[in-house]
Design a binder for this molecule. Structure first.
Ligand SMILES: Cc1cc2nc3c(=O)[nH]c(=O)nc-3n(C[C@H](O)[C@H](O)[C@H](O)COP(=O)(O)O)c2cc1C
Length: 248
């Protein structure tokens, strides 16, 4: 049903070859392995029924005590254009935004996380030929976050301030569910914590109720298959680095 809405999965953005004929539905493993953070989108709208279908499926994400502690703001069309224009104007005097209400990364990030973050940044900029010393090139790419990389739909996720780490984890599962369902539907996404630096402006514009904290944005749309930046394929650590088995 989901694929019928979009004409089937878009297979170009796979992390590894998908060893199945196209008429076999995408499995969860396929979706996990083919989802990537897409940073260039086609100028092609996504209809409201499609967005609703994604959220209708993603809402079955689990949450401790079934609290379902998520809120989604969906913005498109003229409303999205206006928001982007506001940020564009504010960025001129304030490229670092308004700060953020939470630390996007730990202030003193240690290894191995620091090296992973560094490599991801380097690999990303390499896809578009931006070298380490090209500060302007890096700034321009960062600013692309606030254009939603050209995506036609923006999602923002917020959570009630009373919520604890457990509920933030629930929110993460919900966000991943959104991204996997979108992948199944042939759509592409990029979660964007960068939007946290504009929390005040977003708080007023969306609006985000005072008792909620904005976590992140998400670009959603159809990936541009010709964009160099979409060729990035990030790697993952071997199980031996993060799994401890006992009893096997
Ligand atoms: C919560 C969250 C926030 C993110 N924020 C940003 C962001 O602001 N800008 C961006 O370009 N990528 C962002 N990313 C994408 C990550 O860099 C990406 O997930 C990671 O490098 C792994 O690559 P992959 O998603 O292609 O597998 C974010 C990802 C997550 C899960």
């Amino acid at each position: 049903m989901l694929q019928a809405l979009t004409g089937g999965p878009n297979l170009f953005n796979q992390r590894g070859p998908r060893p199945k004929p196209k008429d076999i539905p995408m499995t969860v493993v396929d979706a996990l392995k083919t989802r990537i953070s897409t940073r260039a989108f086609l100028d092609k709208p996504v209809s409201e029924p499609v967005i609703r279908a994604i959220l209708e499926a993603a809402k079955y994400a689990p949450s401790g005590g079934n609290l379902q502690p998520w809120h989604v703001h969906v913005v498109t069309g003229e409303d999205l254009a206006r928001l982007k224009a506001i940020i564009r104007e504010k960025q001129v005097d304030n490229p670092r935004g308004e700060g953020s209400e939470y630390h996007i990364y730990p202030p003193e990030l240690t290894e191995p996380y620091k090296a992973r973050r560094y490599k991801t940044g380097e690999d990303l900029y390499a896809t578009i030929g931006v070298t380490r010393d090209n500060k302007m090139g890096r700034l321009i790419q960062f600013a692309r976050n606030f254009e939603f990389f050209g995506a036609p739909v923006a999602l923002f996720f917020s959570i009630d301030r009373q919520m604890q780490p457990g509920q933030w984890s629930d929110l993460g599962m919900f966000i991943q569910s959104v991204m996997l369902v979108a992948t199944e539907m042939g759509l592409a996404t990029c979660a964007q914590e960068a939007w946290a630096i504009w929390y005040k402006t977003l708080g007023e514009y969306l609006p985000v109720p005072a008792e909620h904290m904005l976590f992140c944005g998400m670009a959603l749309g159809y990936a541009d298959p010709d964009a160099a930046i979409n060729t990035l394929r990030t790697q993952r650590a071997d199980l031996s680095e993060f799994v401890t088995f006992r009893g096997y």
